[in-house]
Structures are given as C-alpha cells and as structure tokens.
Design a protein around this ligand. Sequence first.
Ligand SMILES: [Zn+2]
Length: 178
Amino acid sequence: MGVGEVRRAVFLDRDGVLNPVVMRGGKPASPRSLSEFSLLPGAGEQVARLKGAGYRVIVVTNQPDVARGLLAQSELDAMHQALAAGAPVDEIRFCPHGDRHGCECRKPKPGMITQAAAEQGIDLAASWLVGDGYKDMAAAQAAGVKAILIEAEYNRAVEAPRRAPDLVSAVNIILEQG
Ligand SMILES: [Zn+2]
C-alpha cells in the first residue's frame, strides 16, 4: 500500500453473514459450540473477493453468551479458528459482554469498528459493514460506514440503507459502488 493511499475495510457481522444462525426458541442465536458452527457456502470466496479488491476484512461480532456463561471462551476460540481456516479474514473482533456491562464494544455501539479504525488508519467513510440485524445497521450508522443488510425471515422489519439477499450480492454491491 502506497503512501497516502486510502485504507478501506469491510466489517462483517459473523452470525447470519459468514455462518448460519442457530434458531433457539424461534429467535436467531449464536452457535455455542464448534459442532454448531459452520461457514455458509461460498463465504470464503466472498471474503477473498473483498481482499482482492483491496479491502481489509474485519469480523465484528457480539457474543454475549460468553458473559452469560453459556459459551466457553475455548469454544469461541475454536469457532474462530475454523472461521479463519475457511475464510481469509484479516481479523476477528468480538464483544463478550452483555447489556448490563455497559461496554463500548457491544453493537449497536460502534466501538469495535471505531477502535479498529483508530488502530489501523481505516477511512470509515470509504468502508462498509454487512450485517443481518438492527444492531449492525445502527453500529454502522454510528461509525459512519456504509451498510448492507442481508435479508432473512427474522429481519424483515429492520430498516437498512441497502439490502441484499445474500453475501454474494452484498459483495457485488460493494465492488460496484466502491
Ligand atoms: Zn463489549
């Protein structure tokens, strides 16, 4: 990367974007063990397309089941090793906290995005977030990145600046609009 070149990133939510959500009690939830975790078909290829276009790809995921004692850190680590083995992401950032912790990283707060930007000199206005929930869209808006909602049965009521039926289509939008 040359001096003065803009550093752009695509922030990817994890559950429902790179791996299937796990439905619990009719609601989309996060996998709690490696056996519940798998990458969606083509996820690795889509990350590679973004990388090939010069984007830094950073996963930003809320994992409050850690704070709730429902997800062991070792299982989360194993899932993230599997993720990194199947998709060439640059980095995986997660918030382990619950609502009561009042942290700055839990989406809809933009902390995971803005901290990455501050550390790595990322131009947020030239960057994107792809997610599947209102917390993703709100975090993107707060951070000042462009956002795309991947449509699912469970997020029809979520307002989003752009929508795409799947990650392939979201990456198409990013590569077309730059
Ligand atoms: Zn947090």
